[in-house]
Design a protein around this ligand. Structure first.
Ligand code: CUA
Length: 153
C-alpha cells in the first residue's frame, strides 16, 4: 500500500514539474529578449538590410545615418564609407561565416560579429580623418588582411 502511495506521489511530482517547465518555456517563447537580434547567417545576402550594405541617410530616428556592414572571410562590405563629421550613426553589422571583429582604430567603435546575430552600435563621429577598420577576432588565414576604411569628412 505504501509503495502505491509513493508511486502516485512520484508520478504526481513529475507531472507538476513538467507543467512548470512547459509553462515557463511557453512564456519565454512569447517574450524573447528584445535586445538580441538574430539572423540566419546563410541568408545574410538575401536579408534586409544586409542585402544592401553601405551608408544610408535615415529620418525619423535618433540617428542621422545607418551603416550596414557585412563581414565575411576576409572582407567587409562596404570596403569604404564616407560620413559627414558630427553625424550620429547607427552601425548595423553581421557576419556571413565565422566570428569577425569590427574595430575602428582611434574611435570607441569595437564590435564582435557572431554568426546568427546582429550587432548594433550608435555613436557620433566628431573627429575628421580616415579611420582604419580592423578585424580583431582571429578568423583564418586572411585575418590580418581583413580591413576597410571609414572616412569622416
Ligand atoms: Cu575577420 Cu579576423
Amino acid at each position: 500500500r505504501y509503495e502505491k502511495w509513493w508511486l502516485t506521489f512520484g508520478v504526481g511530482s513529475l507531472v507538476v514539474f513538467l507543467v512548470v517547465i512547459g509553462v515557463g518555456a511557453f512564456h519565454q517563447g512569447h517574450q524573447p529578449p528584445s535586445s538580441v537580434k538574430t539572423i540566419n547567417y546563410e541568408q545574410v545576402d538575401k536579408t534586409a538590410p544586409f542585402d544592401e550594405p553601405g551608408l544610408k541617410k535615415v529620418s525619423g530616428q535618433d540617428w542621422d545615418y545607418e551603416l550596414v556592414v557585412v563581414a565575411s572571410a576576409f572582407y567587409y562590405a562596404p570596403v569604404e564609407a564616407e560620413i559627414p563629421v558630427g553625424s550620429k550613426v547607427k552601425i548595423i553589422a553581421t557576419t556571413k561565416d565565422v566570428v569577425h571583429g569590427f574595430e575602428v582604430a582611434g574611435t570607441n567603435i569595437n564590435m564582435m560579429l557572431e554568426p546568427g546575430y546582429i550587432s548594433e552600435y550608435v555613436t557620433t563621429l566628431d573627429k575628421t580623418g580616415e579611420f582604419l577598420v580592423l578585424c580583431n577576432e582571429y578568423c583564418g588565414t586572411g585575418h590580418h588582411t581583413m580591413k576597410s576604411m571609414l572616412k569622416v569628412v
